[in-house]
Design a binder for this molecule. Structure first.
Ligand code: PGA
Length: 240
């Protein structure tokens, strides 16, 4: 594991964006993307690189990790909306190359299998961006008894609902379910960058790096992958 601790979130986001930009320059990259607070600044840095003419998304394909169920794609809380606002609307990516899971598929099982198939048909994910939950989740793979495989519908844990409900006003009910790529789908990526910032992540980060490799901390399985970068700020690294 390439573990790096940065002075501040600006430097962290520059380093993460540099790795992603390298992948984009190398080939018609397939990016695995994440939502939430952790990758937000990395997207800002990528937009800056695009505006400076350093990178183009014309031949880039993206697959997002997850999406909430029970809200429409166009809802202000959806991860599709987050991605449009945080990255897609600001770069030259082609709409047909964007993949964010459908949170309300007609046939969940068939849809989830087709999402994994689409990743495979695109040649697999070259570089996967991840955050980590306070409970050690990656994507929405919550702590459980076994590591998950492909894309599936998950019930969000109390810890995740607690962490994410700040984004929902009291009138907007936080969804209880989501469609997420499974742990195995994530591990299939050729390279992975996990970003963690802030004290609230310190325990999960320590469990991921120093704890048992166990589905009770889904991120711990990343230690089995041979090309993982863990980018932390001082607070997230404080228990290491
Ligand atoms: P956050 O979420 O980036 O909003 O902290 C990360 C996660 O839950 O995976």
């Amino acid at each position: 594991m390439d573990i790096r601790i940065f002075k501040n979130s600006y430097e962290l986001s520059c380093a993460a964006a540099d790795l992603i930009a390298e992948a984009i320059k190398r080939k018609n990259a397939v990016l695995g993307l994440a939502t939430g607070a952790s990758p937000k600044e990395t997207y800002d840095r990528l937009i800056e690189k695009y505006n400076k003419g350093e990178i183009s998304f014309k031949n880039v394909t993206t697959f997002n990790l997850d999406e909430y169920c029970a809200i429409p794609r166009t809802d202000k809380h959806s991860y599709f909306t987050y991605m449009c606002e945080s990255l897609f609307n600001h770069v030259d990516i082609k709409e047909e190359n964007i993949h964010v899971p459908d949170g309300n598929p007609e046939n969940t099982e068939e849809y989830c299998a087709s999402y994994d198939e689409a990743i495979k048909n695109a040649g697999g994910i070259d570089i996967q961006l991840l955050g980590i939950g306070r409970n050690g989740h990656i994507g929405f793979n919550e702590p459980s008894d076994s590591f998950t495989k492909g894309t599936y519908k998950v019930k969000l844990s109390d810890s995740t609902v607690e962490a994410n409900k700040i984004y929902f006003s009291s009138n907007d009910k936080m969804p209880e379910y989501a469609i997420t790529m499974g742990v195995e789908s994530i591990l299939n990526a050729k390279e992975i960058i996990l970003i963690a910032q802030g004290k609230a992540k310190a325990e999960a980060v320590n469990n991921m790096i120093n704890g048992e490799i166990s589905p009770s901390c889904p991120a711990s399985i990343l230690r089995k992958h041979n090309a993982v970068h863990i980018f932390l700020d001082g607070e997230a690294a404080s228990l290491l």
